[in-house]
Structures are given as C-alpha cells and as structure tokens.
Design a protein around this ligand. Structure first.
Ligand code: OAD
Length: 252
C-alpha cells in the first residue's frame, strides 16, 4: 500500500529538523535501543521484548543476580555473543558524521551498552548505562574490558576470586556519577537535542529530555512510533533511524 501523505509529512518534518539543527554549534544526542534495531539487536520493550519469558526488569537487577547469577550471566553471555556478529548501521554512521561536522560541540549520550557507536567512529560518547564489553568484580569492583570474547559461565576475578558481573547499570542501581554529570552539563548547554530510538520511560535518562527543554534547547525526535517523549518535542521524525538520520545529516 502507498502512503504518499506520510512520505510528504516526513519530508516536511525533515526540512524543519534541518532548520533547527543547521545553525546549532552545540548539539547533544540521546540514543536508545532503537538505533541498534536495524543492526539486528532486539529492543527491550518491542513486540519481541521478552527473553525466554522474562521481562528485562526481571533479569537486569542486583536482586536477580543474587538470586540466580547463572540465569543472569546466561542472558549476558548471549547478548555478548550476539554483539560479535553485528555491525553499526547507517544511523550510527550518520551520528559519527554529525560529530565530524561539529567537533567538540557534539556530545552523544547513549543508554545502549552494545558499543556500536564506538564501532561507527563516534568519539565523545557518554555511556550512562555502562558497557557490555566490560566486566566488574562484585567484590573488589575492579573493571576489565573483555571485548566480546566468550567468558566462563560464571567468571571470577583474577585478583580476589569474587564473582564478576557485567559492568552495566541494572534497575535500582545508580548511574556512573561523573558520566551522568557530563551528560547533564552537555544537555543543559546544547542548542539542539536529538532523541533517537528510545521509549523514554526509563529514568533518569529519560529526564534529559525535560532538562533540554529547561535549558532552552530545541528537541528533535527520531522513532518508528510515538514515544513517551513525543508530546514534548519540536519535531517528530517518524521512521527508522537507519534511513531518517542519514537523510537529516544530508540536509545540513
Ligand atoms: P526500548 O526497547 O524501551 O525502546 C526502544 C525504542 O526504539 C522504542 O520507542 C521503539 O519504537 C524504537 N525503535 C525501534 N526500532 C527503531 C528504529 N529502527 N528506528 C528508530 N526507533 C526505533 O529501549 P530503550 O529506550 O533504550 O536499561 O530502553 C531504555 C533502557 O531500558 C535501556 O537502556 C535498558 C532498558 O531496560 C538498562 O538495562 C538499565
């Protein structure tokens, strides 16, 4: 079926978004799982948002790890193995190109733990939910980067022998303080804020959208459907980030 009206609406919205983005010298971006969907990674709250019948909130918590570390590690072993097989998509690459254009005025805040922004060449990245390639000792808190290589079923610390865990932020845990502070600063001082592929329901990350407004920034959203943030944005670009973001950057 043809939707010429929708195509026109997206075109007009892209023009409006480019008008807001073009003059901005300070730009901040918030990404969520949706930007990696076209790389083949499942989102958390999509139609396929369950993992073996568990909601994300049931596996990604400190309580779950205490109760059943084998189950939680099995979830992360699978996600790590999956990462070894995926590549960044044109949406990630478009954000790297935007950073090239803006230099130090560009900050990318990501809720993703997949490392695909780094793989696409983005530099100024604030990983507010941690990174799945890193492992943290639950005893001495030592952090090591293990890439995406396979790990033992229950990895133990080489220093203190305590059980290691993924170095990601779980529900109920605090975000890494210094990184979060940098994100808040970048969002408060930007002129244009781009929100891409997030349901905007997980706080405090979703609160950055309000903060951008408070700081006087324009807000542009890219999503395949309306999110919890859509009512507060200046321009909503309804479409997959892998095609919408390259289109947007091309118009600058
Ligand atoms: P969600 O799974 O909640 O939301 C993904 C969003 O991406 C949805 O709004 C989709 O409509 C949108 N989307 C899907 N495909 C897209 C595409 N091709 N282009 C653009 N948008 C698309 O993921 P997050 O918002 O990232 O936290 O979830 C936030 C946090 O909750 C995650 O960081 C994780 C999770 O539980 C922790 O693990 C702490």
């Amino acid at each position: 079926m043809h939707h010429p009206v929708d195509a026109n609406a997206l075109n007009e919205a892209l023009d409006q978004a480019a008008e807001l983005l073009r003059p901005a010298r300070k730009v901040a971006v918030l990404t969520g799982a949706g930007i990696s969907a076209e790389s083949g990674l499942a989102t958390f709250r999509g139609s396929n948002g369950l993992w073996e019948g568990h909601r994300i909130e049931e596996v990604a918590t400190p309580e779950a790890f205490r109760r059943d570390p084998v189950l939680v590690w099995r979830f992360y072993h699978l996600r790590r193995a999956n990462l070894a097989t995926v590549q960044p998509n044109p949406g990630h690459h478009a954000l790297a190109a935007l950073e090239q254009r803006l230099g130090a005025g560009f900050t990318l805040v990501t809720q993703n733990v997949d490392g695909l922004h780094q793989a696409a060449g983005s530099k100024n990245i604030l990983e507010v939910h941690g990174a799945i390639r890193r492992v943290k000792c639950s005893g001495c808190l030592r952090v090591t980067d293990r890439g995406v290589a396979a790990l033992p079923e229950m990895p133990r610390c080489a220093e203190c022998d305590a059980l290691e865990r993924p170095d990601v932020v779980w529900f109920g845990e605090a975000l890494p303080e210094a990184i979060w502070e940098q994100a808040v600063k970048a969002v408060l001082s930007c002129e244009c804020f781009l929100v891409v592929g997030t349901s905007a329901v997980v706080y405090p990350a979703a609160g950055l959208i309000d903060l951008a407004r408070t700081g006087g920034s324009a807000v542009i959203e890219v999503n395949v459907e309306r999110s919890a943030a859509s009512a507060q944005v200046d321009v909503l670009l309804l479409g997959p980030s892998g095609t919408v973001l390259p289109e947007l950057v091309k118009r600058l």
